[in-house]
Design a protein. Sequence first.
Length: 470
Amino acid sequence: MTAIPDQLAGIVGKDHVLTADADQQAYVVDWMKKYRGRALAVVRPGSTEEVASVLRFCSQQGVAVIPQGGNTGMAGGATPDMSGGQVILSLTRMNRIREIDPVGNTITADAGCVLATIQQAACEVGRFFPLSLGAEGSCTIGGNLATNAGGIAVLRYGNARELTLGLEVVLADGRIWDGLQALRKDNTGYDLRDLFIGSEGTLGVITGAVLKLYAAPSARATAMVALPNREAALELFTRLRSRAGDRLTAFEFMTRACVDLVLAHVAGAVSPFAAVPPAIVLMELSDTDAKADIASLLEEVLTESMEAGIATDAVVAQSSEQTKALWRIREGISEAQVRAGKTIKHDIALPIGRLAAFMDECEQAIEAVYPGLQFLVFGHLGDGNLHYNLQRAAHMDDGAFYALTGPLNAIVHDLVHRYRGSISAEHGIGQLRRDELPRYKSDVALQMMRDLKRLFDPAGILNPGKLLQT
Ligand code: FAD
Ligand code: MLT
Ligand code: ZN
């Protein structure tokens, strides 16, 4: 019997099975450099049939398989454990746009297609694929679907799930499910597609997807707005939404500490304000009608908001360079956090109207027990999604700070639960939140999830130890 990597090489070709430490580096450490594992091999199939053969072989051998796309996930879901016995299944060679249908407004793509490639392909036929996030130059559509990614345009277009019509999935035993329908309506029983979306590689490997396209926006208006406090962000959101309706495509919130961090750590980032205000919003209106005067609408709402004391200053982008510079500040926050040192991250969803109350209460609860921590709070306010992140106090070393992970998670997430929110809005559970899930999900919900896992993956080879405890 030849070694497992050799047999895998027999399926995908020896150039596509990586066993040397140096070759595996980019695959065994996550983007945040928080998780590190070891792999028996990194296997890079080039087709759905090869994925099927790899899974058939691994399930026969009882070898665990960790699906991986761009490895940009924020919950440690794509990192193997330290046993050295798991195989990473990297989908990045499967990067073909299979079909674009401008009449049906759909695009069909391999799961390993980088998100930006899909956006570009849509653009080339005069259409728009709206999923957009900071990692779009390297994350893959398979990873986006496996985590049900959100991003900056959920407000108008929904998350990855809402942008998907069909899927092709390889099951743990190697069977291929061809669910690549491009239908807007299909009521033929249980929705299998939606089971795989957000399942984080634990139920099957997504190999292809049919995605929805939209008319391309021709008019855009972007503004960064200075606010006196976080309550004002909600008032501004409500005001703008009631005037702009669906034309409000992004409404991103960040606190002064986030912007200060970006200015300190991200080359080329420049604040448009002389003094960084306590709370900031980056907003975008867009319209498919090039003649729509959304810039005037934006200016009007901003003027009224300043008169009402909701906003203290605002910068409306006058060029695409200025638009990019404003987004650079927002999208630089994750990068700045990694450079600044250890962060305890929370990716929470709350009822929108209660966001400010939550922030007040949570900050007080944390300050009362652990004074001096830095609060880096930002996120997709229009979706009720905050990245509620904490960094160490000046007097603490990294070790002492990380030792607070459990108690801090409990403070934040217990409060989220009390507000009827969610402990993962868009990043998923992975290994980061796995052990907290039972505290917040009902027994009935957890039992159904475990039953599904057993049904789809009886041998437990698909991404074990992620999402659910094994
Ligand atoms: P990976 O990291 O490779 O994998 C993520 C999970 O999906 C793992 O559990 C993996 O096993 C599974 N998986 C991957 N591919 C497949 C497949 N083909 N079949 C089955 N399972 C698979 N997320 C948001 O939602 N909104 C944001 O705004 C956002 N911004 C980000 C900004 C930055 C700078 C970064 C680094 C990340 C950001 N993310 C954001 C995190 C986000 O989850 C990922 O960027 C993306 O969705 C993951 O795609 P990926 O291809 O990198 O997946
Ligand atoms: C974002 O919105 O920028 C992301 O989800 C990334 C993060 O939370 O760091
Ligand atoms: Zn986010």
